[in-house]
Design a protein around this ligand. Structure first.
Ligand code: DGL
Length: 264
């Protein structure tokens, strides 16, 4: 029965663990395989063809493990390649969408800031979402150069992270932004620092829980949802340092899991 197969989740690195956390919370009966391509991270500033090539390898790896659905827990890969993958593979794909819609509903100043990678801003999805939801809003886009690399090193609370966030966010605040969209799955790990830098003066929008809701909806629609309340299994893989990945996984896992370093 396909419904017992794991959900496959991948990201260029550890960022997608934020999405894994929400999926695990909403779908406690599901087994999950998570793949972090930390050795090749970041994807956000790579040529699109290169990011697409790497993402395809991640997908092939998860498909070899019989995953029933793939969650692209990476805004960059979603922007660059989700249409292509949906037409190439006969399996449902869930991607990340820049969360402008909830930001528009929350902002009072009608001024929204969005932090994401260059490839995400250059993608069709961002332009479409912008045109659809951000009418009449002032939207300040800011590539988060260097932030993904800091999170990958576990340096999300460092002085360097603070400096970069001050550089990116304080000009937005000065213009009246009251809502900031996290358009990259690595950035929720910077939430504490963002709160400090903005002195808790902004609403931070993280789309991870909405992605989990969408994953559940699609599993139901495709009759793939697992009703097996017996212990689900969790297998995690990284192409990077196991010790760093372990620090991220151990925060969200109270049950046993396997973590392997792999070369693909
Ligand atoms: N977590 C990825 C994203 O959401 C990071 C991008 C990167 O590797 O640069 O975009």
């Amino acid at each position: 029965m396909m419904s017992k197969h794991p959900i496959g989740i991948f990201d260029s690195g550890v960022g997608g663990i934020c999405v894994l956390k929400e999926i695990k919370k909403l779908l406690p009966c599901e087994s999950i395989n998570y793949f972090a391509d930390s050795r090749n991270c970041p994807y956000g500033s790579k040529a699109k063809e290169k990011a697409l090539f790497l993402a395809r390898k991640n997908i092939e790896f998860l498909l070899e493990q019989n995953c029933k659905m793939i969650v692209i827990a990476c805004n960059t890969v979603t922007a660059v390649a989700i249409d292509r993958f949906r037409s190439d593979y006969n399996i449902p794909f869930i991607g990340m969408e820049p969360a402008l819609k909830p930001a528009v509903l929350r902002t009072k100043t009608r001024k929204i800031g969005i932090l994401a990678t260059e490839n995400t801003f250059n993608g069709r999805l961002f332009k479409q979402t912008f045109e659809r939801y951000a009418n009449g809003m002032e939207v300040f886009v800011q590539p988060g150069y260097g932030l993904v690399e800091l999170v990958e090193k576990g340096a999300q609370n460092s002085g360097k992270a603070r400096c970069l966030l001050e550089e990116y966010l304080l000009p937005m605040l000065a213009k009246g932004v009251d809502t900031i969209v996290l358009g990259c799955t690595h950035y929720p790990f910077l939430k504490d620092m963002i709160k400090r830098v903005t002195k808790n003066s902004v609403t931070i929008i993280d789309p991870a829980d909405a992605v989990a809701v969408q994953a559940k909806r699609i599993l139901v629609e495709f009759n793939l949802i697992s009703n097996n309340s017996a212990d689900p299994e969790f297998h995690f893989y990284t192409t990077g340092e196991k010790t760093i990945a372990e620090k991220f996984f151990c925060h969200i896992m109270s049950e046993p899991y396997g973590l392997e370093q792999v070369k693909i």
